[in-house]
Design a protein around this ligand. Structure first.
Ligand code: SF4
Length: 354
């Protein structure tokens, strides 16, 4: 079995008001202990073959380059790394220096995923992020529908990213989650404006040489995220760290989400599994179908059950789904969302949930 490896590094300087990820602040003194727990957790999977590694968080770029190198050395000692792996680090643009770039390269990192909300200082203030400065302009992950953001602000952000030659752009609509500061203060989003922003990006980015290979992701040819494709194609992945998910041999697992409990669990029993999700095969197949429909490559008809085919055929009549042939063959049908279907993807997915 070949898998993608996700390493969750939850350390952040402050918690952003819209963030509901598993993160910790003011716990840097436990860094060594946490990294050691991650390595202990890896031990159970010794010999697993990996084609991608993704260091996410949290803000992994706040961790010293020497510690990241140590962690990656531990990965290399325990797993079989396939040739030409994709090794991604999520980085805060503020953490990028010449020295950090050398350190990350020495650790084997060959892809940076930079989180940027907007280039506009006025809007950064509204979402309580530090001002980006020049370094932020390397970013590749954008958020739209921010409080006070206009369509013109959004278009300026996207055009700036394109002008900087980013190879990959992830564009996410701001959502307000309960339990976040935005949720507690009842911040609202303008969904109509978000839809207009998304539609504009879907039309603009292909004209600039980007393929929309997934609902929220655009890449120049040859630059899709191989690690994220593992998730959308329902391929195996191993998640290490607090709150991390794994999907192995058709079963999904989730680690404990509380930092201190995670440490204790791994230190005493070598694992932090909290939930095991043994879905019946038909529900698992539907989940895989919904994930695969996020991709522009679509889903082969032969992988779908009769009811799913009927549902998608109905959406085809409304112009939300289209059928394509696999290149070079006239025998295999694939279903995929049209541009209208991408805008209304949640409605399509709701109809497919068992
Ligand atoms: S930096 Fe990222 S992970 Fe950390 S709190 Fe902010 S949004 Fe969440």
């Amino acid at each position: 079995m070949t898998a993608g490896l996700y390493l969750h590094l939850p350390f952040c300087r402050v918690r952003c008001p819209f963030c509901d990820f598993v993160v910790v602040t003011r716990q840097q003194d436990k860094m060594k202990r946490y990294l050691a727990a991650m390595v202990r957790e890896m031990e159970r999977y010794r010999g697993l073959s990996l084609r991608t590694v993704y260091l996410g968080g949290g803000t992994p770029s706040t961790i010293a380059g020497s510690q990241l190198k140590w962690l990656m050395d531990q990965v290399c000692q325990r797993f079989v790394i396939e040739p030409n792996p994709e090794v991604t680090l999520e980085a805060n643009p503020e953490d990028i220096t010449v020295a950090s770039l050398y350190a990350w390269k020495a650790a084997g990192i060959n892809r940076l995923s930079l989180g940027v909300q907007t280039f506009h200082d006025r809007l950064l203030h509204r979402i309580a992020r530090a001002s980006p400065g020049d370094a932020e302009k390397r970013g590749v992950a954008w958020m739209y529908g921010l409080p006070g953001q206009t369509q013109e602000d959004w278009q300026h952000d996207v055009e700036t990213a394109v002008g900087l030659g980013s190879e990959h752009l992830s564009l996410y609509a701001l959502t307000i989650e309960p339990g976040t500061a935005f949720g507690r203060h009842a911040v609202s989003v303008n969904e109509d404006l978000q839809a207009e922003m998304y539609t504009w990006a879907m039309e603009r980015l292909p004209a600039c040489g980007y393929e929309q290979y997934e609902l929220s992701n655009f890449a120049k040819p040859g630059y899709p995220s191989r690690h994220n494709l593992v998730y959308w194609r329902s391929e195996p992945y191993l998640g290490i760290g607090v709150g991390a998910w794994s999907f192995l041999k058709g079963v999904r697992y989730r680690n404990i989400e509380t930092f201190s409990e995670y440490l204790c669990a791994v230190e005493t029993r070598g694992t932090a599994w909290n939930e095991e999700d043994h879905l019946p095969p038909e529900r698992r197949a539907r989940e895989a179908l919904i994930l695969a429909l996020r991709l522009s490559e679509g889903v082969p008809e032969k992988q779908m059950d009769t009811a799913a085919t009927q549902t998608l055929t109905r959406f085809e009549r409304y112009g939300l789904v289209e059928r394509t042939w696999i290149e070079g063959t006239k025998t295999e049908n694939r279903y995929r969302l049209t541009a209208s279907g991408r805008r209304l993807s949640n409605q399509v997915f709701c109809e497919l949930v068992l």
